[in-house]
Design a protein around this ligand. Structure first.
Ligand code: NAI
Ligand code: MG
Length: 355
């Protein structure tokens, strides 16, 4: 079966890491009798250079028609002075809107071979394997706001947090589905002791919990969650939360794992899903062929599992990454003495050999 995937390299190390992931996917999907038809389209800085805007209509149209989108990263110093309305990051926001991507999934797991990279004690990170499900198109980031106005001590600015029932229901549903395929536990995170929007969030989560007895629910305040993530991260399976809280907690989760270059993400919703590593375009190492491709390769594994119906490929890619790390292959960002130092190409070959 042929499946069309849009590949958006983007900027900086984007091309290097997306090409690496494509090679791995092409080899792995054979296990599911799938052939990928890759369609390259531009977004971010590369699209500003080519078309004068970060998200051309041709890219949007191609993404809408495809089975999935694999993206490297966008942005870089070259475009720091362009007008705010056409900044490279607008491409990501635009894609989220055009594709209806209201949910961001960020798995955080710690590969055994990399446990020492976590800033937490080894005994704390052994069992770390959770997913943060972040609401992506609502809440305070999309609410009304008012820039600073007034004078002196009375100068003020405000931002408004709104959640509709339907927005909460659909994100909790995704958390439940995700938990069913994992350890069966959902932790719903809010600030219901203070915020009205959080009280609606908790009410809806509790209703969903009652209706889905196959999954256990836990309710935590966001401040406590921030603490629990470093004190006992092994307790979590699926964490579901608002746009703002999820932004902060997912960065904390990334730090717990200790290796930014390795973490994948998926944005899903009503249209085509988008897969990308959590790191940026790393302009400082772009063009050198030394970027760590594993975050993109693991994002591609999620793509195989959730969008392409290629679960054998997904399992094979994840196992191959684990095997390559266990065998000691390390790109510069995760290198330690005594390990096998490789560049992007070398790491890709290492993963390919275990597929
Ligand atoms: P960054 O994640 O690009 O880089 C932070 C540090 O981590 C750098 O030292 C970089 O070399 C290193 N790093 C990141 N990914 C790596 C990899 N795969 N292998 C080895 N080392 C890696 O974050 P930064 O520097 O804050 O942002 C750079 C640009 O990326 C900015 O223009 C920013 O707006 C953009 N960005 C784009 C994102 C996206 O496309 N979704 C997300 C985050 C940032
Ligand atoms: Mg963030």
């Amino acid at each position: 079966i042929e499946k069309t995937v849009v590949a958006i390299n983007g900027d900086g190390i984007g091309r290097e890491i997306v090409e690496a992931a494509r090679r791995v996917v092409d080899k792995a999907v054979v296990k599911d009798n799938i052939v990928i038809c890759w369609a390259e389209h531009k977004a971010g800085g590369e699209a500003i250079d080519a078309y004068g805007k970060p998200l051309p209509q041709s890219t949007i149209d191609a993404c809408k028609k495809a089975e999935a989108v694999l993206l490297g990263a966008v942005g870089g110093p070259k475009w720091d002075s362009v007008a705010p309305a056409i900044r490279p990051e607008k491409a990501i926001l635009g894609l989220r809107k055009e594709l209806g991507l209201f949910c961001n999934l960020r798995p955080v797991r710690i590969f055994k071979a990399l446990q020492e990279y976590s800033p937490l004690k080894p005994e704390l990170v052994q069992d770390v394997d959770f997913v943060i499900v972040r609401e992506l198109t609502g809440g305070i980031y999309f609410g009304e706001r008012s820039e600073a106005s007034g004078e002196g001590p009375n100068e003020k600015a405000w931002d408004k947090e709104t959640y509709h029932r339907y927005e909460i229901e659909r994100i909790i549903d995704i958390a439940i589905d995700t938990a069913k395929k994992r350890k069966g536990k959902v932790t719903s995170v809010d600030k219901a002791n203070v915020l009205a929007s959080s009280r609606l969030w908790r009410t809806v989560a509790q209703e969903k919990a009652t209706a889905n007895s196959a999954v256990t629910f836990d309710y935590l305040y966001v401040d406590n969650t921030a603490m629990q993530l470093v004190v006992n991260p092994g307790q979590f399976d699926v964490i579901v939360t608002t746009n703002l809280f999820g932004d902060i907690l997912s960065d904390e989760g990334a730090v717990v794992s200790g290796s930014l270059g390795l973490l994948p993400s998926a944005s899903i919703g009503t249209g085509t899903a988008l897969y990308e590593p959590i790191h940026g375009s790393a302009p400082d190492i772009a063009g050198k062929g030394i970027a760590n491709p594993l975050g993109t390769i693991l994002s591609a594994a999620m793509m195989c599992r959730y969008s392409l119906g290629a679960s054998k490929a997904a399992d094979a890619i994840e196992a191959a990454v684990e095997a390559a790390l266990t065998a000691g292959y390390r790109t510069g960002d995760i290198y330690k003495d005594g390990m096998k130092r490789v560049n992007t190409e070398g790491m890709t070959e290492a993963v390919l050999q275990y597929i």
